[in-house]
Design a protein around this ligand. Sequence first.
Ligand code: ATP
Length: 370
Amino acid sequence: MAEIRVENLRKAFGDFVAVQDSSFTVEDGEFLALLGPSGCGKTTTLRMIAGLELPTGGTIRLAGEDVTYNRASARDIAFVFQLFALYPHMNVRKNIGFPLLSQGVPKAEIKRRVEETAKLLQIDHILDKSVSGLAGGDRQRVALGRAIVRRPKCFLMDEPLGTLDAEFRDVMVRELRELHNRIHATTVYVTHDQIEAMAMADKIAVMNHGVIEQFGTPREIYNRPASMYVADFIGSPPMNFIRFTAGLPKGAKAARIGEAEIAMPEIRSEVAPGELALGVRPEHVRFSDASPLRGAIYGSEYLGTNQIVTVETANGLVRARLPADRAYHVGDRVGLTFASERLSLFECGSGRAVPSALNDGALLRETHHG
Ligand code: ATP
């Protein structure tokens, strides 16, 4: 297995820059998700790592070796486009062994590695069955077996669960992560689905128009978004933005929004007068009659374990994730309070987060609790 180190990676198609000076490291055994909407440069980044696309600039190192201009076949990488295309006329053993057969690996060695792989995936009892008669979960394990039997230095996967229906997707997300926990193969996984990325990855690179907006653990990205783009892309419903206009001195610990003085983590730099947004996750909003920040119930979604209640305020719509045991009525007036130590502050012009004590406070505690 191996570390992947990407430095200043760039790809232009004519005048269009698809990937702009990306730098990141996937440590040995780590699972990285490249996450972002369609067209943001995820696949192009992955194809450059695989050797299927030549970079316009930058370097790619695999296990310390500069492979930037090596052909794909000279990189010890498995590129998985689609996990589920099995050969229906072959049995499980032949399906799993096929990549080794086409590499010319001797028969006895193929047998040994297929059996070892099948054991790892707990499908060794069905090796001689035909794949066409298998249940969905077993078919997926066979497909995974075929991807991992070569034991390459790393895996690159491009939306491998893209065509699955929701139920199988959830199962495969769990299986892929459990498999990763067992084999610790360095993995780069492209997805536009934040839930897949959050559930599987050790690190996430959130991409936007060819740029990595934030690189961090799922917890860092969720709790401490570096930009409004990231805050909005991650989380369902996404982070609320409560917009207001102000300038703030370095060290400010509160923002005045209308009549309300809202406590927030101490900011570490001065903020020039302009449009700002307080960022608050729906689970950090509560209703309190005493709060001067008020609004009217706009709608609610009952989700069983909890409910999402939307409130219309003078500063825009605010969504709260609340216990499900109380019904709210459209038009009712409520006051809002926030978990002040969890608030982010953004400058709307640049979209960037203002550095604040949130960086060490709230998150440090989470790290301790594991
Ligand atoms: P998707 O999930 O839709 O594939 P993506 O984030 O993987 O999205 P890329 O496929 O990397 O995005 O494409 C990034 C941008 O580069 C897109 O605007 C795409 O149109 C453009 N692009 C990709 N390949 C080429 C090419 N061969 N020639 C010209 N433009 C390209």
